[in-house]
Design a protein around this ligand. Sequence first.
Ligand code: AMP
Ligand code: ZN
Length: 464
Amino acid sequence: MKIYNTLNKKVEEFIPNVEGKVKMYTCGPTVYHYAHIGNLRTYIFEDVLEKGLSYLGYEVNRVMNITDVGHMTSDSDTGEDKMEKGAIREGKTVYEIADFYEKAFFKDTEKLNIKTPETVERASEHIDKYIEIIEKLLKDGYAYISDGNVYFDISKAKDYYKLSGKTAEDLMIGVRDTVEEDKAKRNPGDFGLWFTVSKFANQDMKWNSPWGIGYPGWHIECSGISAEYLGEYLDIHCGGVDNIFPHHTNEIAQSEAYFGHKWCNYWVHGEHLNDKEGKMSKSKGEFLTVSLLEEKGYNPLSYRLLCLNSHYRNQLSFTWESLDGAQKAYVKLKNKIKLLDRTPDLHESKLDKYIEQFRGAIENDLNTSNMITLVYDVIKDDDLSDFTKLYLINEFDKVLSLDLIELESSIDDETDKQIQKKIEERNNAKKNKDFSTADKIRDELLEKGIKLIDTRDGTKYELI
Ligand code: AMP
Ligand code: ZN
C-alpha cells in the first residue's frame, strides 16, 4: 500500500513494524460541543483508512482518545479552556458536558457508519501515565518546572520542526501575535505538560501530582494513551491537517524524548472541509452538524458519499448544492442496486479483476473516488450476472460503508430460522470432525447467496 506520509512529505510504500499488523492512533474529539461535519470528514477518512487496511489483510489495532481535559481554544497553551467554555455556555459541570458530548459524538459517527475504534480512552482517566512520562522527561532534562507549571523544552527535542516543516522564525511570528505570552517559558514555543497555576484555578478537573494539584496539557494525553495501549512503536498516526502543528509536533517531541527513539513511522493527515469563510470551525458560532443535515432531509450517508468522492488530501468546499448532488447520486445508486436480481448465479472467474482493481484503489494512497467509480463500473458491466454484481458491491461496501445493499429487509424471520438451523447443523458436523458435511452446508448456502462468517462470537451470515 502506498500512502502520503506528512513526515517525509511524499507518497511512500507502507511497511508496518510487524508484518501484517498495524498499530494506528487517531486523535479523538474534544467533547465540549457537537462535532461539526468538518471534524467528521476527518473521522470518515480515518474510518476508510482503517477498513481499507483491514480489507488488504492487515490486522489493525486502532486506538482513539476522547479529549475531556486540557485543550485550549488556541491549540497551544493560550486562550480559553474548551471544556470550561462548554460548561459556562450551558450552565453545567465539565463532567456533564464531557459525558453529553461524548455520547453525541458516537451517535453521529454511528449515523455515518464510522466504526468505533476497538480502544477508545478518555484523557481524564490516564493521569498516572502522564505523570509517569512527565517525571521521566524532567529527570532526563527535556522538561522543566517554572512558576509551578511543567513545560517541555523544545530546544532539547531532536529536530522539533521535522513534521510541520515550520521554522523557529515562523513560530516567533505566531508568538508575537499572541497577547498572552507566557513569561514562565524558556523558549516561546515550549508547551505545557502539567499546569498547577493557570487562569482556570477553579476548574473541576484537577488531580494531585508531584508538582501540585493541577491538570495535564492537551498534547501529553495522546502520547500517554498511545504509549499505554500501543507501546513504543507506532505505525500510523492520523488527524486533520490542523493537528500537524502544534499538536502532533509536540506529541513527537515528548514521545521520542520519553522512549529515546523514533516513535511513529507514518503520519497521515486529512485535509479540511471548508465553508465560505474557510476552514469549518466551532469558534465561528454557527456550524453544521449531522442532526442539522437530517433536519434538512439529508441522509447522513449522502454526506459520507460526498466525502468519499473527494480525496482525503484535497480540501473540500462544502455547499448545499454539492450535498444535494451527493444525495441525488446516492438515492439513484441505491435504486439501481435494488433492481439487481438476487437469483444466485455467481461468476467466480469474473471476481478477481474487480477485486484487484478495488485493492489497487486502496493501495493507491486511499483513492476513494476510484472505489466509488468501481461500483458504477460493476453495475454497468454487461458481462457480469446481477448476482456477481451484488457480490462485488457487497465486497466494496466493507470499506465504503454506504449501506449499498440493504440486507435486513430481504430476510424474513422464516428464512432466518432456516439459516440458523443450517448453521447449527454445520457446527455439529464440525464438532464431529465431519468437515466435508460442514463444507457442503457452507457451499450450499453460498450457492443461495448466503455467506457464512465464523467469528469469535459464533457463526454469522451475510447476503451476497
Ligand atoms: P477537535 O474535536 O476540535 O479536537 O477536532 C477533531 C478532529 O477534527 C481533529 O482531527 C481535527 O484535525 C479535525 N478537524 C477540525 N476542523 C476540521 C475541518 N474543518 N475539516 C476537517 N477536519 C477538521
Ligand atoms: Zn492527539
